[in-house]
Design a protein around this ligand. Structure first.
Ligand code: ATP
Length: 238
């Protein structure tokens, strides 16, 4: 079983400390819902894992079969809030190109049509340019492209905010079906979503990670506990 081990991580922008000596261990087979107030540092943390941002101190390591190593970009799939896609390609061209470029990393021989269907995209949309896709359609195609690679770590930054209820249902299933293979961390402001698909909640507040103690994610006290902690502050790492 893989683990993502974050130790004493500190990240700042100029004078602003966003993460400060914070630690957390994420395990394969679990979906972690990350909650925090606007500007708490959730995207910054994901950017550090994906090596899109450098951090000042601490470490982020992948433990595989007991051996610890630094992450490489190949370890991480990252679904951004605002998908970064080649807008001049059609959905079909993008998935075909993506499969071709990554053919050494993709298990099986499923074709672009399979993945476009998996993304819940109607056939009429396959040959539209990505620039003409709605935000939700872009998110769906980006999620499917991320799942294709079967990376040990999957990051989802506010993944379901722009998709319709049916697509959200389908995407939740795609994410949960994938959880045995990966360490999945997603950020959200939607408590219901966090309760629906998370195995564990991670709060990012006052520059540090914490859990929600013994509170059952699915209990009626959960919402009050999260609000109390994010409003008042938490003191310890987990
Ligand atoms: N490139 C940057 N340069 C300077 N400051 C930045 C940069 N990126 C993020 N920040 C700052 O770091 C802090 C954390 O931002 P971040 O986007 O990580 O928060 P977030 O938890 O994802 O917020 P939200 O929930 O609103 O999306 C904010 O104060 C933000 O202004």
């Amino acid at each position: 079983m893989n683990k993502l081990v974050v130790e004493q991580l500190s990240k700042s922008f100029d004078e602003q400390n966003v993460l400060e000596n914070t630690s957390f261990t994420f395990e394969q087979g679990k979906i972690y819902g990350m909650l925090g107030r606007n500007g708490a540092g959730k995207t910054t943390f994901f950017d550090c894992i994906a090596q899109d941002e450098q951090y000042q101190s601490g470490s982020i390591e992948l433990v595989q079969d007991g051996d610890s190593r630094d992450l490489t970009p190949m370890d991480v799939s990252y679904v951004h809030t605002e998908p970064n896609l080649p807008l001049f390609l059609t959905g079909y061209e993008f998935i075909s190109y993506f499969l071709e470029v990554n053919k050494n990393r993709v298990a099986g021989s499923l074709d672009a049509k399979y993945y476009l269907n998996l993304a819940g995209l109607e056939e009429v949309d396959w040959n539209k340019l990505l620039k003409d896709y709605s935000q939700g359609m872009k998110t769906k195609i980006q999620l499917v492209a991320s799942l294709v690679l079967n990376t040990p770590i999957l990051l989802l930054d506010e993944p379901l905010t722009t998709v319709d209820v049916i697509a959200a249902h389908e995407m939740k299933k795609l994410i949960t079906d994938h959880k045995t293979d990966a360490i999945i961390i997603f950020s959200t402001h939607i408590l219901q979503l966090a309760q629906d698909i998370s195995d564990e909640i991670v709060l990012l507040h006052q520059k540090r990670f914490s859990g929600v103690g013994d509170v059952d994610i699915h209990s009626s006290e959960f919402e009050n506990e999260v609000i109390a902690r994010l409003a008042n502050g938490v003191e310890t790492d987990v």
